[in-house]
Design a protein around this ligand. Structure first.
Ligand code: SAM
Length: 213
């Protein structure tokens, strides 16, 4: 299967602040309430590029929902098709320019330390995320079957309608009935075929599986 070329790996920490506000103010409080008995939460950051998106999420969890990172069974997976991106994400080292883009100074001091000319993510945060290579068009057999939150931001836009439908069909099977899917801010115009329902969360839009009843 040929890749759309070139595939941009453009990303940054806390890309699209409205999306992170929606997670902090709406999605995570709701999921934590609903999962408070079994204390299990599975989050998948699909197409995570060099790791900034997944680490932003880990920082958000640590800052605002610290109980999640201690008393809960938190499964935070991050995947990308690019072996180079996954290697960088696992290494967790970022340049000054990458760190300065949208990462507030207090978070930088709390979660990164200087390593020569780069900044390295603190081991405690690094250990929260499991990074693996995965082509979204291949089988998803290695993924958990019921995921609470799927971030698939700024990747489907590079694929044709047939491929997007194939991938979204699999999301349908992987997402819990009350879980959330997020696409990139410019991807909200995709026709999700009536299978998903758009949910307005502050200034961001998330998707939930449309109820059959
Ligand atoms: C523009 S970046 C978006 C990164 C991040 N999600 C964000 O929004 O900042 C697109 C990413 O999608 C990845 N990608 C492209 N095709 C993919 C596929 N078929 N399966 C998994 N990842 C893919 C690229 O390697 C790249 O890292």
């Amino acid at each position: 299967m040929s890749l759309p070329s070139p595939i941009p790996t453009e990303t940054s920490f806390f890309r699209d602040p409205d999306f992170f506000s929606a997670l902090r103010e709406h999605v995570l409080p709701q999921l934590l309430r609903r999962r408070r008995l079994d204390k299990k939460l599975t989050i998948w950051c699909a197409a995570c590029s060099n790791g900034q998106e997944a680490y932003s999420l880990a920082i958000l969890l640590q800052e605002y929902f610290p109980s999640l990172t201690s008393g809960w069974q938190l499964n935070l997976l991050a995947t990308d098709i690019s072996p180079a991106a996954i290697a960088r994400a696992r290494n967790g080292e970022y340049s000054d320019a990458e760190i300065q883009r949208r990462l507030p100074q207090p978070l930088k001091s709390r979660y990164f330390s200087r390593h020569g000319s780069h900044w390295k993510i603190e081991p405690e945060l690094r250990l929260l995320v499991e990074f693996n290579e995965l082509d979204l068009r291949d089988g998803w057999s290695n993924l958990p079957r019921s995921i609470d939150l799927i971030l698939m931001r700024n990747v489907l836009i590079y694929y044709d309608l047939v491929t997007r439908e194939l991938i979204l069909d699999r999301v349908l099977n992987a997402l819990k009935p009350d879980g959330y899917l997020f696409l990139g801010a410019t991807e909200t115009a995709f026709n999700l075929d009536g299978t998903f329902q758009a949910v307005h969360l502050g200034k961001a839009i998330g998707y939930q599986v449309r109820s059959q009843f």
